[in-house]
Design a protein around this ligand. Structure first.
Ligand code: PLP
Length: 373
């Protein structure tokens, strides 16, 4: 057996059908989407087709989709763009378990005169919705809450959160990078104002993503210019966008596969729970079907990761962006979780097989024992 890849929350394998769809746009169809000739029109048509595919995945309108370079850019555009467009409101509300891209952008807001309220979570990683409502003030310009946590997979109940935020008169941004392709999202029925996604998390190419901006909302561009209807300058990444569109179509079709993914994840978790001194973070609440973040008493996560790696099993100690750091994950810190330094994230995809999970469950107890000495 080759590598067993259980790090799909860090990134996914680009689907072969996505690669195939992208290839002609690197070679014979190389026109600039802004050019007035035939090759340009061909590229512009491909970009608009991709916009329709992404909009269909989200239940949005094509004109509400702004293409970009991925999750980090979408978060920066949403947060900075909203506060720049409405300088009268100087208060931002977010949670203690957001991705580092959002934490960094919050710091940028703070440095630029925005007051930031960070909401705590409980031991299961849940928000207190009454606390959220109470935190929203008349000068709150934006509330930003992730759809699903990248480390624990904990899902925030957007159907309950969005109406509460709207009732208090604030805008809502959702970082949906980990949710897209794993759980259904329907912006036609969910009153969210801004939402960002990233293609490489659902079998699309790296460095491509989108920001949904609800029709009529004023948001300053990060890169002013004429492309993307004045919302993001630079020559369109046509192959990347074609890949994103194809990945969006496949993701919608594969949502039903998530039941099988969850069954494999649950099989893995049953095996982990039978190891003495092992727990599953966030298991007391709703989670993504593919994610298992396990804590083991008396070991360093990094040591267990290396042992799994020696067996060809690819996992993570938390977010890829934090890999190599010795500090425990801020997400587990916020949850006051036990065994924070001894935690390993397994993240599956529709490509994960039963045989692979069986190999992992077979070797894991022994590797945990070895990592504990
Ligand atoms: N938000 C979440 C929840 C993520 O998991 C990630 C990537 O790990 C990002 C944002 C950043 O996305 P990108 O890698 O496309 O910049």
């Amino acid at each position: 057996m080759g590598l067993i890849y259980l790090d799909n929350n860090a990134t996914t394998r680009t689907d072969p059908a996505v690669v195939e769809a992208m290839l002609p746009w690197f070679s014979e169809r190389y026109g600039n989407a802004g050019s007035a000739h035939a090759l340009g029109h061909l590229s512009a048509g491909a970009v608009e087709a991709a916009r329709e595919q992404v909009a269909a995945l989200l239940g949005a309108m094509p004109e509400e989709i702004v293409f970009n370079s991925g999750g980090t850019e979408g978060i920066n555009h949403a947060l900075r763009g909203v506060f720049e467009a409405n300088p009268a409101r100087r208060h931002f509300v977010t949670t203690a378990v957001e991705h580092s891209a959002l934490v960094e952008t919050s710091s940028w807001l703070r440095r630029n005169g925005v007051e930031v309220t960070v909401l705590p979570v409980d031991a299961a990683g849940r928000l207190d919705l009454e606390e959220l409502e109470a935190a929203i003030r008349t000068d709150t310009g934006l509330v930003s809450i992730m759809a699903a946590n990248n480390e624990t997979g904990v899902l925030f109940p957007l159907d309950q959160i969005a109406p509460r935020v709207k009732a208090k008169g604030a805008l809502l941004h959702v970082d949906a990078v980990q949710a897209v392709g794993k759980v259904p999202l329907d912006l036609a029925s969910l009153p969210v104002d801004l939402l960002n996604l990233s293609a490489h998390k659902f079998h699309g190419p790296k460095g491509v993503g989108a920001l949904f901006i609800r029709r009529g909302l004023r948001v300053k561009p990060l890169l002013p210019g004429h492309q993307e209807r004045g919302r993001r300058a630079t020559t369109e990444n046509v192959p990347g966008l074609v890949g994103l569109g194809k990945a969006a179509v496949l993701a919608a079709k594969r949502l039903t596969d998530m039941k099988q993914v969850q069954a494999l994840r649950d099989e893995l978790e049953a095996a982990i729970r039978s190891i003495p001194g092992a727990i599953i973070h966030g298991a007391a609440t709703e989670r993504l079907p593919n994610t298992c973040f396990a804590g083991f008493e008396g070991l360093e996560g990094e040591a267990l990761l290396l042992k799994l790696n020696e067996r060809g099993i690819c996992v993570s100690t938390g977010s890829a962006c934090a890999a190599g750091q010795t500090e425990p994950s801020p997400v587990l810190k916020a949850m006051k979780a036990p065994f924070a330094k001894g935690s390993i994230r397994f993240s599956l995809s529709h490509e994960t097989t039963r045989e692979e999970i069986q190999v992992v469950t077979k070797v894991l107890p022994q590797l945990v024992t070895e990592a504990r000495v």
